[in-house]
Design a protein around this ligand. Structure first.
Ligand code: ATR
Length: 281
């Protein structure tokens, strides 16, 4: 029920039309009986400054931030907290005493997804494919989960190299090009392989890793979750690998955002089921 007291929250990005975040957050607000509403906020890059001012002007409780604004919002915020500083990316803004605080819950979201499955990263070699928007949080999470070795594989080598400092405490971190001949041996030697590229979003996309090298000793995680069994996961599953899609990361980053805004922890199942119910056919 929207009335004169409804507090607004939203998702600032472009595009935002297919996002499941409104379903996840509105289910949690209604679970707690909070008079709030989470809305999509499509904002072009040229309007980001005005949009940030509007968060304060409209008295928003907070917003999530997604592509393409996760980095460009930073100069407009009053404080950057937690993981967001090291990652150089903000996916949550909270409003505290009129100040805008930037946070990042992507890395925690990934870690919590891994804990619930669970996958043991400790002492394991991990291959991360991709070095775009999603990858920094994954490199940082894999390091925090105790990976022994991390190889970051990306089409553009420089972007993979730039992520090496995020692998804190990891014995060996390497960046290689997707076209390098050494990709095969890194894939064979890794136990956990994570697709953080956008390959798989479109049906014509090539697979991001040479799937003929996968075996039952591999765990393959695809951050893409639509369809739930992506072409990569399908191929990996056929070869006996354990497979996980990225839906849990979406849910847990949302849950951590909600905690920041409200101090309340919704049952993960409330958000999980609401998102599944909003999946486009
Ligand atoms: P997102 O925010 O979804 O991660 P992004 O920042 O554009 O989007 O990153 C997309 C990732 O997929 C990048 O790692 C990109 O490789 P580059 O850094 O070289 O651009 C990777 N990617 C996209 N299309 C690709 C393709 N056709 N072949 C190989 N890698 C691709």
């Amino acid at each position: 029920m929207i009335d004169g007291h409804t507090r607004l929250y939203g998702l600032l990005g472009m595009p935002v039309g297919h996002s499941l975040s409104p379903a996840l957050h509105n289910a949690a607000f209604s679970h707690f009986g909070i008079n709030a509403c989470y809305v999509p906020l499509p904002v072009a890059p040229s309007d980001i400054s005005a949009a940030i001012s509007a968060i304060k002007a409209f008295g928003f409780g907070g917003v999530n931030v997604t592509v393409p604004h996760k980095t460009t919002v930073i100069p407009f915020l009053d404080e950057i907290r937690g993981d967001a500083a090291a990652l150089g990316a903000v996916n949550v803004i909270s409003v505290e005493d009129g100040r805008l605080i930037g946070h990042n819950t992507d890395s925690t979201g990934f870690r919590r997804m891994i804990e619930t499955h669970p996958v043991d990263f400790a002492g394991k070699p991990v291959a991360i494919i991709g070095a775009g928007g999603a990858a920094p949080a994954i490199v940082s999470a894999a390091a925090a989960l105790g990976a022994s070795d991390i190889v970051i594989v990306n089409r553009t080598l420089e972007k993979a190299q730039a992520l090496i400092p995020l692998a804190q405490g990891v014995k060996n971190t390497t960046a290689i090009s997707l076209s390098s001949q050494s990709v095969d041996s890194f894939i064979k030697n890794s136990i956990i392989i994570i697709n953080a590229t956008s390959l798989g979003l479109h049906s014509v996309d090539p697979l991001p890793v040479p799937v003929h090298l996968l075996t039952a000793r591999h765990t393959v995680i695809d951050l893409i979750y639509k369809p739930p069994e992506t072409p990569l996961l399908q191929a990996a599953g056929k070869r006996g690998a354990a497979i996980i899609n990225g839906y849990g990361m979406l849910v847990y980053q949302a849950l951590e955002s909600f905690k920041i805004w409200t101090g309340l922890t919704p049952p993960a199942s409330i958000m999980w089921d609401a998102g599944l119910g909003a999946f486009p056919d």
